[in-house]
Design a protein around this ligand. Structure first.
Ligand code: FES
Ligand SMILES: [Fe+2]
Length: 442
């Protein structure tokens, strides 16, 4: 009997071997590791930089500061979006200092060189004062690759990395039914955190922490091992399907009354929860049926293209190395950690929430409460621990980050000991090792 599949429910089709590389503390605390990641990892992956809704007009710019780097994405006259390093070719000054702006030309604040939106130098002071002649038309901003998928804009520093659509495999196909192209980013939250970026990556690559860190989810999401399916893809990305609209099988909710908040959800879909007393697990299918019957009439036009699983379940997509897309039937959460510019024991956490546009719907229930259904209705940056929420489940995940970072600094910590269900954590670190330990960098 294969104990691993019996316990951990890795999908046979999407299981991959791991080597058992040690996962020791140095990768979370050392500057050497951080420098290797800057050199060998971050240039080799696609980065989510913004959303299409931020680029309505030519000259609209979104700046993405990443560690010590800064990238600007610029909407062109022809509607395309191009990405440039945010560094002036004259003497290196950072060009765009706002996170979001709109300009007719990109101007440097130091000596006022001006660039067309396509990055071509268009105007300089004293153009005749250059040994090789006027540099205008000859000098360009350094450009990066830029591409889009769904509502997202991505950039990449390396020309040899696979094209974005290939890099994202299998998610464009697997998420197609949700129709996320026109979903609206309602929340754009971020926070400075006192732990390494990988601490939250590990957290998102396992559900072992749910009973302790998110106990209230037990009556709504079935995190029982026999029912949760883990997948690992050759692309390096992972996923986890959890049955939603169903209580956990770790606790006997299934022969009782329908627990809260599942009872309210049932009523919202015209189902009497009392009809499911003693067989609460059956409610999930009843909600699928009700959504099929009632959803389109309530404005959920994307239900017709969604699978039964997508109508009720939670699909957690962890993209290597640092991006998570958590799909629930009517909400897409982008959860990400990015490294601090200089300190391996700090990071920036970002949480964006998207919702499908539904005719007549004015507000949506978000992880920080009810919020108007419009682009970036709530935007804020905070310092974790100052009492400002980054979303109630995310707050719980972040709550463990600082104490884990502290514990990892102990001389007594000898390396992670992982149960089988944390195989995706193991695989993440082995893939990371392959990137980071380039030739001569061991
Ligand atoms: S550094 Fe930009 S114009 Fe001088
Ligand atoms: Fe969590």
């Amino acid at each position: 009997m294969n104990v691993q599949t019996a316990v951990s429910r890795y999908s046979a089709e999407f299981d991959l071997p791991v080597r058992g590389d040690p996962i020791t503390a140095d990768r979370y605390i050392s500057k050497h590791w951080m420098d290797l990641e800057i050199k060998n990892l971050w240039p080799k992956v696609w980065h989510l930089g913004g959303v299409l809704a931020e680029f309505e007009e030519a000259g609209d710019i979104v700046r993405h500061n990443f560690a010590k780097e800064s990238v600007i994405m610029v909407r062109q006259e022809d509607g395309s979006i191009r990405a440039f390093y945010n560094s002036c070719p004259h003497r290196g000054n950072r060009l765009i200092l706002d996170e979001v702006t709109s300009v007719p030309r990109i101007a440097c604040g130091y000596h006022n060189w001006k660039f067309d939106l396509d990055g071509t130098l268009a105007q300089v002071q004293d153009p005749d004062d250059f040994a090789n002649g006027n540099p205008c038309g000859k000098v360009h901003l350094s450009e990066l690759r830029c591409d889009t998928w769904g509502p997202f804009v991505f950039w990449c520093m390396d020309d040899d990395v696979a094209p974005l659509a290939e890099w994202l495999t299998p998610f464009p196909e697997r998420l197609k039914g949700y129709g996320i192209e026109n979903w609206v980013r309602v929340l754009k939250l971020s926070a400075d955190c006192e732990f390494n970026w990988k601490i939250i990556r590990d957290n998102f690559n396992e559900s072992y922490h749910l009973p302790t860190i998110h106990p209230e989810l037990a009556t709504f999401i079935n995190d029982g091992l026999p029912d949760t399916v883990f997948e690992m893809y050759p692309s390096g990305h992972n996923a986890m399907w959890m049955k939603g609209h169903q209580a956990t099988t770790r606790v006997d909710y299934h022969t009782t009354e329908v627990p809260a908040p599942l009872d309210d959800v049932a009523r919202a879909w015209d189902i009497d929860p009392a009809d499911f007393s003693g067989r609460t697990g059956d409610l999930r299918q009843a909600i699928i049926d009700a959504k099929r019957r009632l959803g389109p009439g309530r404005g959920f036009t994307n239900y017709d293209s969604m699978s039964d699983q997508q109508l009720v379940d939670y699909f957690h997509c962890t993209l290597f190395p640092n991006l998570t897309l958590t799909m629930s039937p009517e909400q897409l959460q982008v959860l990400r950690t990015e490294p601090h510019p200089t300190d391996p024991e700090k990071c920036v956490f970002q949480h964006w929430c998207f919702y499908p546009p539904v005719a007549g719907m004015k507000t949506v229930a978000t992880p920080i409460g009810d919020v108007p259904l419009r682009h970036d209705a709530v935007q804020r940056h905070s310092v974790y621990g100052d009492g400002v929420s980054v979303g109630y489940v995310a707050d719980q995940d972040l709550s463990i980050g600082t104490s884990q970072q502290q514990g990892l600094n102990s001389r007594g910590f000898k390396g992670c000991i992982l149960p089988l269900q944390e195989k995706r954590v193991q695989r993440f670190h082995e893939l990371l090792n392959d990137y980071v330990r380039g030739p001569g960098d061991a």
